[in-house]
Design a protein around this ligand. Sequence first.
Ligand code: FAD
Length: 344
Amino acid sequence: METILLLAHTETYGSLAKPAREALHAAATLHKSLAGSKLVVGLVGENVQAAANSIAACPATKYFSVTGKEFCQARYAGDAAAAEAICKSAHATIVIAPATSRWNRVLPGVAQRLGGRADTHVTGVGVGGDKVTVSRWYYRQRMEVALQRTQRPWFILIDPGSQPACECHAGNATVENVAVASPDSVKRTVVIGIREPRADAQTIRPDAQVLFVTGAGWTKKQADGQTHVPEAEKLIRGFLQLTRASLGSSKSLVDQSGEGQAVLSFLSHLNQIGQTGATPRHAKGLSTCCHGEEPHTVGWRFIAERRAVNLDPNCGWARGKADVLYVADAFAVMGKVNELLAKM
Ligand SMILES: Cc1cc2nc3c(=O)[nH]c(=O)nc-3n(C[C@H](O)[C@H](O)[C@H](O)COP(=O)(O)OP(=O)(O)OC[C@H]3O[C@@H](n4cnc5c(N)ncnc54)[C@H](O)[C@@H]3O)c2cc1C
């Protein structure tokens, strides 16, 4: 009989973030389809009662916690000790956790301590035959693999955005606190602050409906023999402000900054989509002035509906990479789109 543990950490203000609710959805769904299994929840944070209450109507039968000021911020030594203690108290055989940067760093090490195994970047959990089966992508999202393991405990880290978030209602949860010693040796790392871009400079928005991708064409000479980079910046910024879309880029465009060429000031290598870039998840994607080459479009694997604007009818998008290709000047198209959006 499997004991499924949903293991989550709270955010700074004590709430559960969406990736934790998505992992809970995966855990609850697995519990439902796995006869005789038990579902329990483990929470780590400064104070977890509010978080436990917020999911109290989920099918979990027990709640464990490790709490205290020292568990507010991410710190490997404390987080690993907390996760290990909860897994032991819960007698967990399957541990499902959100693949946050905090857990990704810690849980494979905890699996090692407990003689178990860990799989990261999991995008699906189910039952095949009577065995738990997980799926994940390999070779930059080109091949999907379904795998089963006999080793326990099995740590399964669920990629954010791959599951619906659990909608279970709030209530009153009874939480059993698990004591974890925190000697000074596990508190040597101290978070002294967080550096992040200004809110309006943050262009990567994982929760956006639309991914807007810019390619090197925006900085190339146009029909009049001139480049129009300031105009390109204005059009792109305008579209992002009006739609709150997430901004992606081709490699060619982000690389140009390193080569000292005229470049869009708000792009960094973090915006790059593709084989050597990111594979974001969005309902729709619109590519502009980008050729749609294979190393770029592998990053579009999880974009449900793809459209592109390119002057070249023979570009990569025309060869099965996009659902719709508009053979048109992106400067003209985006100017008109922004004008229409502003009227809405
Ligand atoms: C190992 C390897 C890994 C790679 N990984 C990645 C990766 O992760 N991500 C990535 O993006 N690339 C990657 N590449 C590079 C990739 O192969 C392409 O070189 C790159 O994606 C091309 O970028 P681009 O389409 O923006 O530029 P270009 O190929 O220069 O295309 C510009 C496009 O803009 C169009 N255009 C110009 N003006 C307009 C206009 N006014 N309106 C409409 N269209 C216009 C042109 O027709 C052209 O198609 C990788 C390459 C290798 C070898």
